[in-house]
Design a protein around this ligand. Structure first.
Ligand code: ZN
Length: 270
């Protein structure tokens, strides 16, 4: 396969290109050919360079705060020169508030300053090879750590009036779990079965309360690979068997600023 060609450009007047150079190097490390235009390019110059260099994608960087006018101008210049098929992505110092505006103006994707460079490389590969990251379809359940399911159930069943669907043991995690249906999703009460249970260590450290959020996915192997490629830390590199014979895997809570996410793929209904 021929390497992906990327034009990295800095429109406008800001005079710092350290960030742009770091991105350029990171993309080269991912096997891409990167052309860097240098500082202070006009939208028309950028569009021309992209066409001449026959690039697959343009990455714009802006630190000056002028991205709301500069990025759409590049998209316009490409359109005027008949090259609207070249996708444009942007990064730098861009407040999250501006993302919907920029995407509406035809910028494919904005990476805020916290985005890991690997995530940008993975996004470009997926964009060019027309693969998409499929978002989880729903919240499969919310996991709640409890000392005792029997002591906790009355609140869920009688106060909230929820229906208890099943109680089962998951030996691999040394937990007893109770599922209560709420709308299209569930609460999962988790009671430790032994001192070795991860739920037991959670209770010791943090006490009872919300433990994790489980996301329903279609293809857990594929999602794990995609997340790993983006540099996301995983607790489980391979899925394991969870309740109801589902396939599950946990992401590291550092990946999501302290929230423990579980991926969950349900097996065929019996
Ligand atoms: Zn769970």
């Amino acid at each position: 396969m021929k390497p992906i060609r990327v034009l990295i450009a800095k429109p406008g007047l800001d005079g710092h290109d350290r960030g742009a150079l770091i991105i350029a190097q990171a993309l080269r490390d991912h096997g891409m050919e990167v052309i860097y235009t240098g500082l202070r390019q006009s939208a028309i110059q950028i569009a021309r360079a992209a066409i001449q260099e026959d690039v697959d994608v343009i990455g714009l960087s802006s630190l000056s705060g002028a991205h709301k006018s500069l990025f759409p101008k590049v998209v316009e210049a490409l359109k005027e020169q008949g090259a609207s098929d070249i996708p444009v992505i942007g990064g730098g110092v861009i407040p999250a508030e501006d993302i919907p505006f920029l995407e509406e103006k035809g910028v494919d994707k904005i990476f805020t300053s916290g985005s890991p460079t690997d995530a940008i490389a993975v996004y470009i590969k997926q964009l060019i090879h027309k693969e998409t990251i499929e978002a989880p379809s729903k919240i499969a359940h919310i996991g709640i750590a409890v000392e005792s399911i029997d002591a906790t159930l009355p609140f869920y069943q009688h106060t909230l009036g929820l229906e208890l669907q099943a109680v089962e043991k998951v030996e691999s995690e040394q937990v007893r779990v109770a599922f209560l249906k709420i709308g299209g999703t569930m609460f999962e009460l988790l009671e430790p079965l032994s001192e070795d249970s991860p739920i037991q260590s959670f209770l010791m450290k943090k006490g009872e309360g919300v433990h994790h959020i489980a996301l329903e996915v279609d293809d857990i192997h594929k999602r794990l690979n995609q997340y790993r490629d983006q540099g996301i830390r995983l607790i489980h590199e391979q899925p394991k068997t969870g309740a109801h014979n589902s396939q599950i895997a946990f992401l590291h809570p550092k990946a999501a600023n302290g929230v423990l996410f579980e991926l969950c793929q349900h097996g065929e209904e019996e």
